[in-house]
Design a protein around this ligand. Structure first.
Ligand code: ACO
Length: 321
C-alpha cells in the first residue's frame, strides 16, 4: 500500500476583461508582431478594478469543488501560491477559506513567484503523504497587472491575471497514481534578474516588477530541463513516458526550448501562453484545468510540470492523473 496525493478535481477562473496585444500599440513603443514572435502571447486577461487575488482564487476553488463533486466542508486545508496578495497579511488562503464558508482546517500562502504552484504542490504532497491532511485545495492565483510598470515595454506586455485550483486527495491504494516525484531548487544569487522594487520593510509600497528578460531566458531553459530530468529520474521514468507537459507559461520559446532538450514534441505540451500571457503561479493550474476540460488530459496520463520564477526559484512535479 502506498499513500499518495491524487488529483480529485480541477478548476480555473479568468477575469472577463480580455486585452489583446493591439491594446499596447497605442500606449508604448511595441507591436503585436514583436509580442507574438518574442513571447508567443496574443492576449491576456486583466482583473477588473476592485477584483482581488482572493476573488479570483475563490472562483477557481469553487470550480474545482464542483468538478470534484465536493463542498468546502470536505477540505482539510488550502495552500495558495501567490506573489500578489490582496494585503500584506492576512494570507490570501484565509480569505479564500472564509469566502468558501470553511470554519475548520488551515490555510496559508506560499511565495515562490512563477514557481509558486510547484512549491505549493510539493508542500501539499508532503502534508498528505505524512498523514497531516487527507484533502487539500492547492491554488495558484495572481493579479500581476497590479505590479506592472505600464511604461516598461519589456515587462508590461508579458503578464496577465487568473487563478487555477487543484484538489489533491489521499489514496492509500494509489500505487502508480498521483504525485510520483518532485524536485525543488532556489538560488538567491539571481535576485536581480527578476524582482519587485518595493516591499513592506524597504519602501513601504508594493512596488513594480523589474526583469532582465534575456539573461533570465537563458537560465530558464537550462534549469527547467534539468529539474524536469531530476523529477522524472526520481519517479524511475524518462521523457518518453510523459503524456503531457504542463509547463509554466512565460514564453513559447522557453517552453519549446525546454521540450526540445527533453526530447518531447510540442504536440505533447499544453499551451495557454497565447491566451493568458504569464500568470505567474496561476499558469500551471490554469493550463491543467484547460487540458482536463477539453479532454486532452485523462485518467492515467503521466504529467510533467516545471516552472521557474523570481528568486530564482524553480522545480518540477511528475504526477499520474
Ligand atoms: N516591444 C518591442 N520591442 C521590445 C519590447 C516590446 N514590448 N520589449 C523589449 N523590446 C526590445 C528590447 O528593448 C531590445 O531592443 P534592443 O536590442 O534595441 O536593446 C529587443 O527588443 C530585444 O530584447 P531582448 O530582451 O533581448 O528580447 P528577448 O528575445 O530576450 O525577449 C523576453 C524578451 C520576451 C522578455 C524574453 O527574454 C523572456 O521571455 N524572458 C524570460 C521571462 C521569464 O521566463 N520570466 C520568468 C518567469 S516570470 C516570474 O517569475 C514572475
Amino acid at each position: 500500500m502506498t499513500r499518495r496525493a491524487v488529483a480529485r478535481g480541477i478548476g480555473h477562473y479568468l477575469p472577463d476583461r480580455i486585452v489583446p496585444n493591439s491594446h499596447f500599440e497605442g500606449l508604448i513603443d511595441t507591436t503585436d508582431e514583436w509580442i507574438r514572435t518574442r513571447s508567443g502571447i496574443e492576449r491576456r486577461h486583466f482583473a477588473a478594478e476592485g477584483q482581488t487575488t482572493s476573488d479570483l482564487a475563490t472562483r477557481a476553488a469553487e470550480a474545482a469543488l464542483a468538478h470534484a463533486g465536493l463542498t468546502a466542508q470536505d477540505i482539510d486545508g488550502i495552500i495558495i501560491a501567490t506573489s500578489t496578495p490582496d494585503l500584506t497579511f492576512p494570507s490570501v488562503g484565509t480569505m479564500v477559506q472564509h469566502a468558501l464558508g470553511m470554519t475548520r482546517g488551515f490555510a496559508f500562502d506560499v511565495q515562490a513567484v512563477c514557481a509558486g504552484f510547484i512549491y505549493a504542490l510539493c508542500n501539499a504532497n508532503a502534508l498528505i503523504v505524512a498523514g497531516q491532511a487527507d484533502r487539500l485545495l492547492v491554488i495558484g492565483a495572481e493579479t500581476f497587472s497590479r505590479i506592472m510598470d505600464w511604461e516598461d515595454r519589456s515587462t508590461c506586455v508579458l503578464f496577465g491575471d487568473g487563478a487555477g485550483a487543484l484538489i489533491l486527495e489521499a489514496r492509500e491504494d494509489a500505487e502508480d497514481r498521483g504525485i510520483l516525484a518532485t524536485d525543488l531548487n532556489s538560488d538567491g544569487r539571481y535576485r536581480d534578474m527578476l524582482y519587485v522594487d518595493g516591499g513592506v520593510s524597504t519602501t513601504g509600497t508594493s512596488g513594480k516588477l523589474r526583469m532582465q528578460g534575456n539573461p533570465l531566458f537563458r537560465q530558464a531553459v537550462d534549469k527547467l530541463a534539468s529539474t524536469a530530468v531530476t523529477a522524472l529520474e526520481r519517479a524511475g521514468l524518462s521523457g518518453a513516458d510523459v503524456d503531457w507537459v504542463v509547463p509554466h507559461q512565460a514564453n513559447i520559446r522557453i517552453i519549446a526550448g525546454t521540450a526540445k532538450k527533453l526530447g518531447l514534441p510540442m504536440d505533447r505540451v499544453i499551451l495557454t501562453v497565447q491566451d493568458h500571457g504569464n500568470t505567474s503561479a496561476a499558469s500551471i493550474p490554469l493550463a491543467l484545468s484547460i487540458g482536463v476540460a477539453d479532454g486532452r488530459i485523462t485518467t492515467g496520463d503521466l504529467i510533467l510540470s516545471e516552472a521557474i520564477g523570481g528568486g530564482l526559484a524553480w522545480g518540477a512535479v511528475v504526477m499520474r492523473w
